[in-house]
Design a protein around this ligand. Structure first.
Ligand code: OAD
Length: 246
């Protein structure tokens, strides 16, 4: 497996626009749980109890316990070779590279990606339900069951896009998808919309689509070239091929 020869029919040029969508699978090799695999987060937690606005209204302390724990866990988590490979890709493509992530773990930033859209928010941030001001988690008193705003004392909530809410930066994402030459999706099951639809939008606009995933995602029929395996293993080798480095 380690020496498996990777084959791809694509080569990227500097003028190519490449849009990448990542999901929880890219962070699995950094030690973070995915959502829907065996032992994933949605096996041990009920989505409707921790990831909806209604859940926060019903029991804000429970929701905070879930996100506080996930935030604190990040201190020990490091990017893996798949994250770093995307930094190499961005260095080659410059502004023609866009990284859209559903992940809230901040590992793409930690690795060094700049042109990054965190469509489901960030575990590093929260905002006040009263005055709407945003804060870094590191700036607030996390000891309180429901942390309060340092400015107006209103209730803070994690800056996470919950089920039933509209993801961040959708206009910019749509624009990028319309003008991309290649669309890559990595480590995402294809269950959650609107992200699961991006591959279709890119394809309708004549982009070539590529997938890397441990298991076939739900929307795999829309992928032109699929690589089944671990992102940390496959992505660095694929990027070397796409950039003509071997
Ligand atoms: P999922 O947990 O639904 O899917 C993760 C995918 O990654 C699965 O298809 C796995 O087969 C694959 N995978 C696991 N390990 C991998 C590895 N080492 N390399 C490559 N692939 C691997 O996670 P997402 O698709 O990201 O939203 O889930 C989408 C959204 O659903 C999340 O952003 C989250 C969740 O509810 C919110 O919390 C708002």
């Amino acid at each position: 497996m380690m020496n498996a020869k990777i084959k791809t029919k694509f080569k990227f040029q500097k003028k190519d626009r490449v849009t990448v969508l990542t999901g929880a699978g890219i962070s699995a090799e950094s030690g973070l749980k995915t959502f829907r695999d065996n032992g994933g987060l949605w096996e041990t937690h009920q989505v409707e109890e921790v990831a909806t606005p209604e859940a926060f209204e019903k029991d804000a302390a429970l929701v905070w316990r879930f996100y506080r724990q996930r935030y604190l866990q990040l201190a020990d988590v490091k990017p893996n070779p798949a994250h770093f490979a995307l930094v190499d890709l961005e260095k080659f493509l410059g502004d023609n590279f866009t990284l859209i992530t559903q992940n809230v773990d901040g590992l793409h930033s930690k690795a060094g990606n700049k042109n990054l859209i965190e469509m489901h928010g960030s575990l590093q941030k929260c905002f006040c339900l009263s005055c709407q001001q945003k804060f870094l988690m590191s700036e607030i008193n996390l000891m309180k069951k429901v942390p309060s705003c340092p400015v107006c004392k209103g209730d803070l909530r994690p800056d996470i896009v919950w089920f039933g809410e509209i993801p961040h930066h959708m206009d910019e994402i749509t624009l990028r998808l319309r003008h991309t030459n290649y669309f890559l999706m990595i480590g995402t099951s294809g269950y959650v919309y609107p992200a699961a639809q991006f591959v279709q939008i890119a394809r309708l606009n004549a982009a070539k689509t590529i997938g890397i995933n441990l298991e076939k995602p739900l929307n795999s029929s829309l992928i032109d070239e699929f690589h089944q395996g671990k992102a940390g293993l496959f992505l660095p080798k694929l990027i070397d091929c796409w950039l003509n480095k071997n």
